[in-house]
Design a protein around this ligand. Structure first.
Ligand SMILES: [Zn+2]
Length: 712
């Protein structure tokens, strides 16, 4: 999803925190009340989940996939028919479940996301959903040919859908010991199997289903999937087999709306039956262009990969069968002439598509290092062309920039689809115009290739994406990215007891902090990491981590341990404070004293629970005295040194540290703590020595705004 603004909420928090922090910091160390001792934690908490994986050898503390790493695979063949008159999608699917786990499975967990539109299922945000529907109706299900009892135990209520399912089930031959299902009216359901699925076995599920594609007034999120009966963006639209992994077994988390998905990789072979004249785009490669596209369209496509310019494939004045598409013909069960569009995608973790009675279709290209040119497709309504004017160049820049930054784009195409769901990502598909094109394209790296569990740890895709969007925006503007200030600004939020730690299950982060924790906080964390090891080192390590986990399911522990190893530092303390707590550093220069022999002692204090290295910028007065070299200092320019003392200086629990500067007799004009503004700090005004006069300090409300932009 696009990064949603949380500025309004943050500035409120900033105000209250600044109001609270100011009197504390105004006091000197001598007059302040006694602070609690600080015991710095230096290791990463290990939960039972990851403990289990280490014991089994599926993961290990290198952060790479373990020697016994496994993941299950699901291959889908789906045939679906859209009835535009009723906005109903009717489908039949075959899923081959490869049990690559070492476990015998007595259940299969299914994800039935359209049940979130029932109106009586749990939801995490008020914007879910737009339209109340009858949810996902499953009319038939077999497992290895054995029918599943869809009636289940006698229903508590008597709703129509349930009765319809019971009636459908009654038509199936009911046999003893047949599989049963629980949760058909929830977003996740469980099939109980009379015979367990052996390790290494293949199981075939056949499911027949239908649901109404939800419309409604909402825009800008994935919950509204159609405009009237002329444009559809079906997403999370077919019954999915949940992930079974080495960490938690079956993923049975409810789908609550904001927190997104966790899906298996596999092959999709999808045939979509729509009215003739309607254009269809989606995940994968179109298998039957001769059957559905006009000769004109196919001819125009031939030049797409030859240049960066846009090519019109189906123009605004080409409408209906014979103009926008082939003419089509009758198909049993449908009215009017129809066309079936067939798409195939290998190794993807989902499939999404769109269709409209009148799409304009443009194409351009991106050039992927080591791979060559790939097509970018854009489909939009004729009167929304201005929203796609810059979409091609933005998507191209994102594909090319992120390919260089992380690893080459892994898919054969990218498609941008217009519609009410504007700001969502699926493999090879973004429901986005130019507005969110950079961000949504970024998701092709995480979670579409590096496939984290988004429901639990949304920061591992949304947060990483927010960080790289900063880099991409700067690159597109021809500037160097500025990651200063971000880390320091976290202190405006830190300390609010409503903020969940990032390792908390994002499904339950709550509406107040979901956006901050999942989207905004990660760039702040990586800003601080860059303040310790350098931004280019962070990005190099991140690239190596992503490459190690392509088409796999990394956990946060894999990320933490991999990064520490790749950065050759024991960063346990860093990951602990950023991911498992909501603490800040709150550094200050207490005093600076010149001593004999050209030495200066700078007393630094940390009032927060999170430690940080002590980084001091020392600005010298002009003069003829030589500036002596210090082992832990680098000269930024002829007059300025940056001195760094490692985080270890805090590990004994002390809250003050005497940093001894040994630069010789050249007078020091000014010392600044944390010159890059990378470490969370409620009150940066006390980071400078000599202190600025109190009267010159900005008022608390203005401090919050001033700090956001600059680091001076
Ligand atoms: Zn996103």
């Amino acid at each position: 999803m696009p990064g949603r603004t949380v500025c309004a909420r943050l500035s409120l928090v900033a105000l209250s925190l600044t109001g609270l922090a100011a009197p504390l910091h105004a006091q000197t160390a001598q007059t302040a009340g006694r602070w609690p001792e600080r015991a710095v934690r230096r290791d990463i908490p290990i939960t039972n989940t990851i403990r289990r994986a280490y014991a089994a050898g599926t993961r290990d503390s290198t952060g790479r996939p373990g020697r016994n790493y496994w993941q299950i695979r699901t291959d889908y063949t789906i045939n679906a028919r859209l009835d535009a008159a009723t906005s109903r999608l009717t489908g039949r699917e075959t899923v081959v479940l490869h049990n690559s786990s070492p476990d015998s499975l007595g259940q299969i967990q299914l994800r039935l996301d359209p049940n979130i539109f029932l109106g009586n299922t749990p939801q995490a945000a008020t914007w879910v959903p737009s339209e109340v529907t009858d949810g996902m109706i499953i009319t038939r299900m077999t497992i290895n040919g054995q029918s599943v009892d869809l009636a289940g135990p006698p229903p508590a209520g008597g709703d129509g859908a349930r009765a319809a399912q019971a009636a459908a089930a009654a038509q199936n031959a009911v046999v003893p010991n047949q599989p049963t299902i629980l949760g058909l009216r929830a977003t996740t359901a469980r099939v109980n199997l009379p015979t367990k699925l052996a390790p290494g076995s293949k199981t075939t599920l056949e499911i027949e289903w239908n649901h109404k594609i939800p419309g409604g007034p909402g825009v800008g999120h994935r919950m509204t999937q159609r405009w009237a009966d002329t444009l559809y963006q079906p997403t999370q639209w077919y019954p999915r087999v949940a992930v079974y992994d080495d960490l938690r077994g079956w993923d049975n988390e409810l789908y609550l709306g904001p927190s997104e998905f966790y899906n298996n990789f596999g092959r999709f072979d999808v045939s979509l039956d729509v009215p003739a004249g309607w254009i269809v785009t989606g995940t994968g490669i179109l298998q039957n262009p001769e059957a559905v596209l006009t000769p004109n369209a196919r001819e125009r496509m031939k030049g797409v990969l030859a240049s960066d310019k846009n090519t019109m494939i189906v123009g605004p004045d080409e409408v209906g069968p014979g103009q926008a598409t082939q003419r089509g013909g009758p198909i049993a069960g449908s009215q009017g002439d129809r066309l079936v569009w067939r798409f195939v995608a290998d190794s993807v973790n989902d499939f999404a598509w769109a269709t409209a009675k009148k799409f304009v279709w443009e194409m351009t290209r991106a050039t992927i290092p080591g791979k060559g040119a790939i097509p970018i497709t854009m489909v939009y309504l004729p009167d929304r062309a201005r929203l796609f004017e810059r979409a091609g160049p933005i998507a191209r820049h994102a594909l090319e920039f992120y390919s260089k930054k992380w690893f080459p784009y892994q898919f054969p195409q990218l498609t941008l689809q217009d519609g009410p769901s504007s700001g969502m990502e699926y493999p090879m598909v973004i429901n986005s115009n130019q507005g969110a094109a950079d961000h949504e394209t970024g998701h092709m790296w995480w979670p579409m290739v590096v496939s984290n569990n988004e429901t639990w740890y949304g920061w591992m895709d949304e947060g990483f994406n927010q960080y790289m969007n900063i880099l991409s925006d700067a690159d597109a503007a021809g500037q160097a990215p500025n990651l200063d200030v971000l880390g320091q600004s976290y202190a405006r939020t830190s300390g609010n007891e409503a903020e969940p730690p990032m390792m908390w299950l994002a499904n339950y982060a709550g509406p107040q902090f979901y956006g901050f924790t999942t989207y905004s906080k990660t760039p702040l964390m990586l800003s601080m990491l860059g303040g310790i090891v350098g931004d280019s080192a962070v990005q190099r390590a991140h690239r190596e981590w992503g490459t190690a986990w392509m088409f796999k399911h990394p956990s946060p522990w894999d990320y933490m341990f991999f990064m520490s190893k790749a950065l050759k530092q024991d960063l346990g303390w860093f990951w602990y404070y950023w991911l498992f707590t909501t603490e800040s550093v709150d550094g200050a220069i207490v005093k600076s004293t010149s001593t004999t022999g050209g030495r200066t002692t700078v007393t630094v204090r940390q009032d927060g629970q999170m430690p940080s290295p002590v980084v001091l910028e020392v600005k010298f007065a002009s003069g003829s005295q030589p500036i002596r070299a210090m082992r832990n200092a680098v000269m930024k320019d002829a007059q300025t040194a940056i001195v760094t003392f490692p985080v270890d200086v805090w590990f004994s629990g002390n809250r003050t540290f005497d940093a001894v500067l040994d630069f010789g007799t050249r007078p020091i004009e000014r010392i600044k703590l944390d010159p890059g503004c990378r470490f969370p700090d409620h009150d940066p005004s006390d980071n400078v020595w000599p202190r600025k006069p109190a009267a010159a300090a900005p008022a608390p409300a203005q401090q919050g705004q001033g700090r956001r932009a600059t680091c001076d």
